[in-house]
Design a protein around this ligand. Structure first.
Ligand code: AVI
Length: 320
């Protein structure tokens, strides 16, 4: 997941994350205001996302967990025995153990940009699988990562669940898939979660839940800008919007201005007219063909595919 850690962050004298400020100032200066979704995940945002995964409307986590629960033997048969599982992101307390129990790998290598999340989840995992060597690597997996020496000679299985790939536009997701191939090597396999195109009402409900948790998650970005960038965005004048963009097969999250507003961020002035939005996230959805095309463009050949009983979510096994 696109979490923000302390260790790999470049801060100025007053502690401001330079990349965050640059992305926000650039994004708010555009005709269609837009801020990259990775900035949704400060501590508050990461906690809110955790809460989202438990909402009745947010099916992806449950659907993917169901697939992992129901097809363990097929994973074990299709995945190279004695492999090292390399997880892109530090792993969830539910999905990762299901995969590890099913395939009994020789090692587990979680990669995450946040050392804190990484150490916490590596510790949890080691407690559950006492015999399994765990080698956490603190790294930005959007760039090629050198894997620990201990796994050099093992076959590699990349694991990228959650349909996090869907939060990127195609250009970026193809780059990431190619980078994963560089990280994992020539004969690697990749098990990747991709959310499926479905009834628009089911999709929009998943991103605009009745309890308003997703709205809080979205508006937390504006609150974060106020907290960290000495900004004056009137958050109570913004409304969470989740819409289905059918042309691009994606859910978009926006913050919409309820009135004409003006505010400053890091000394710069910005204005929004009533109805203008800040685009804060894309969540692309796939069908069998678009998923396969994306994987092929990224250098991976799809081999096998699983879906849940309601056909809402897919896990695809691909080979380098
Ligand atoms: C992390 N990512 C896959 C989530 C998604 O479904 O796109 C983020 C999210 N945004 C709103 N709700 C959940």
């Amino acid at each position: 997941t696109a979490r923000q850690g302390l260790e790999l962050v470049d801060r100025d004298e007053s502690g401001v994350d330079r990349a965050f400020r640059a992305d926000v100032l650039k994004g708010l200066s555009q005709e269609q205001k837009a801020i990259p979704a990775r900035w949704l995940y400060d501590d508050a945002g990461s906690q809110l996302f955790e809460d989202i995964t438990k909402l009745p409307e947010y099916y992806p986590t449950r659907s993917e967990t169901e697939i992992l629960q129901d097809h363990g033997e097929e994973f074990a048969a299709a995945i190279a025995p004695g492999c090292a599982v390399v997880e892109f992101g530090s792993g969830s307390s539910v999905k990762t153990p299901l995969l590890l129990s099913a395939i009994a790998p020789a090692a587990y290598v979680p990669l995450d940009i946040s050392g804190d999340f990484l150490r916490a989840s590596a510790k949890q995992l080691s407690a559950k699988f006492p015999g399994l060597p765990v080698h956490p690597v603190e790294a930005d997996f959007m760039r090629k990562v050198s894997l620990p020496d201990q796994v050099t000679d093992l076959p590699k299985l990349g694991f990228f669940p959650g349909s996090t790939i869907g939060n990127m536009v195609a250009r970026t997701s193809v780059d990431l898939l190619r980078t994963m191939r560089d990280t994992l090597g020539d004969k690697a396999q990749l098990l990747i979660g991709m959310d499926l195109i479905k009834d628009a009402a089911v999709l929009t409900a998943a991103y605009d839940d009745a309890a308003g948790v997703t709205g809080e998650f979205n508006l937390n970005l504006a609150r974060r800008i106020n907290r960290e960038l000495d900004a004056t965005i009137p958050v109570d004048q913004l409304r969470h919007v989740a819409l289905w963009n059918d042309d691009f097969a994606r859910i978009e999250m926006h913050c919409e201005a309820l009135d004409d507003i003006e505010f400053t961020v890091a000394g710069q002035q910005f204005a929004m007219a009533k109805g203008d939005t800040i685009h804060t996230e894309n969540s692309h959805k796939f069908d069998r063909r678009s998923a396969n095309t994306l994987l092929l463009a990224g250098g991976w050949t799809p081999m096998q595919r699983w879906t849940d009983s309601q056909r809402r979510f897919s896990l695809i096994l691909a080979e380098a």
